[in-house]
Ligand binder design. Structure first.
Ligand SMILES: Cc1cc2nc3c(=O)[nH]c(=O)nc-3n(C[C@H](O)[C@H](O)[C@H](O)COP(=O)(O)O)c2cc1C
Length: 352
């Protein structure tokens, strides 16, 4: 039995955001202590078959932490010590933001899902940029997820993203333009071809590299194709697919399904994988696959559909801190089973 199996029932008695805050305090408290070293010994895996070099960055395992989990970049080192191969911090906005009123995070336990309408609550680019430059870097790549401040009009979005980029330029290993969160009014309209060109072009001109864009699973196929045109025209370095969905699958059982916000976890797993496949069939740009990953089979499916790396958020909440190790260990078995010498070899093998 895992320690988390014992702790989870008590944790799940708390309101979701309270539980999340408690976990963050706990992780921050043990970060940089001898306990963290013990955790690293238990949870990190070193095996050359899991290693990849992508966009000039070395990833020791393919499983990373998705944006939103460490919004203020307070716990990246302990997350790497729990076995994650990269950590995407943020979403960070130019301005410090409170986010939406609580409750704004809902746990759909039987559905293994979350609905959130956090609204980019974060300490803002200045403070988080300072923290990242002051504190030691983890020993895995750190991505910085950049969102738009709520008060900034959509037509000024490019300057808002640029402000944040400049504050994190020296401390991020890769940069993600997030235009796909459903909780900032109008944000997702920035996924149109013209807006993307403007925002991504501005950051690219400012030297952001590797530069990636994170897409919504709710985009129509032609809209994804439009986004890919911009990615190719601007020679971007990566695509993150996907963010949370506004849609509500019929299968959802929990009454919280009516809450406004973005749905994540198991119910979006296939939709996210389908978008990864759709993108991989049309471009060679590296893909980071995210959405509903909670075990090795799910991670492997995304990898075989074309994702070079995967990320997770909701799976961490439901499976606990050993999730990265469990996925990495089992991925090695799956590679052996299919006679692949490395993860890189398995990427995209399900594409026709
Ligand atoms: C509470 C919460 C906050 C999130 N915040 C962000 C964010 O700030 N920026 C972002 O790009 N994605 C954010 N996400 C989306 C996740 O990064 C991820 O794309 C999505 O949850 C799907 O993955 P999952 O099913 O593994 O959770 C957030 C998700 C949750 C549940």
């Amino acid at each position: 039995m895992r320690i988390y199996d014992a702790a989870k029932p008590a944790l799940f008695l708390l309101p979701p955001e309270t539980a999340s805050t408690a976990v963050h305090y706990g992780l921050r408290a043990v970060q940089d202590t001898p306990i963290a070293e013990l955790l690293a010994r238990r949870y990190t895996i070193s095996d050359h078959r899991l290693e990849q070099s992508i966009c000039g960055l070395d990833f020791r395992t393919p499983v990373g932490v998705a944006a939103g989990f460490d919004k203020n970049a307070k716990i990246p080192r302990i997350l790497s010590q729990l076995g994650f191969g990269h950590v995407e911090v943020g979403g960070i906005t130019a301005e410090q933001q409170e986010g939406n009123p609580r409750p704004r995070l809902f746990r759909l336990t039987k559905d293994e899902a979350l609905i959130n309408r956090m609204g980019f609550n974060n300490e803002g680019a200045d403070r988080i940029g300072d923290r990242l430059s002051r504190e030691p870097q983890p020993d895995v790549p750190v991505g910085v997820n950049i969102g738009k401040s709520k008060s900034t009009p959509l037509e000024d979005a490019a300057d808002d993203y640029l402000y944040t980029y400049k504050r994190v330029a020296n401390v991020g290993d890769y940069f993600v333009v997030n235009v796909s969160s459903p909780n900032t009014p109008g944000l997702r309209s920035l996924q149109s071809r013209e807006s993307l060109k403007q925002i991504l072009g501005t950051l690219k001109n400012a030297g952001a590299k590797p530069l990636m864009v994170k897409l919504s699973p709710d985009l129509t196929d032609p809209a994804v194709e439009d986004a890919l045109t911009v990615v190719n025209d601007l020679d971007l370095d990566g695509i993150i697919a996907t963010n949370t969905t506004r849609s509500r699958p019929e299968s959802l059982r929990n009454p919280h399904k009516v809450e406004t916000g973005g749905l994540s976890g198991s119910p979006i797993e296939d939709e996210a994988t389908n978008q990864i496949r759709f993108i991989a069939e049309r471009t060679d740009v590296p893909i980071i696959g995210v959405g509903g990953v909670s075990d090795a089979a799910g991670a492997y499916e995304k990898i075989r559909a074309g994702a070079s790396l995967v990320q997770l958020y909701t799976g961490f909440v439901f499976e606990g801190p050993s999730i990265a190790r469990e996925i990495n260990e089992r991925l090695l078995e799956l590679l052996e089973q299919d006679a692949f010498d490395s993860i890189a070899e398995a990427v995209g093998t399900d594409l026709t």
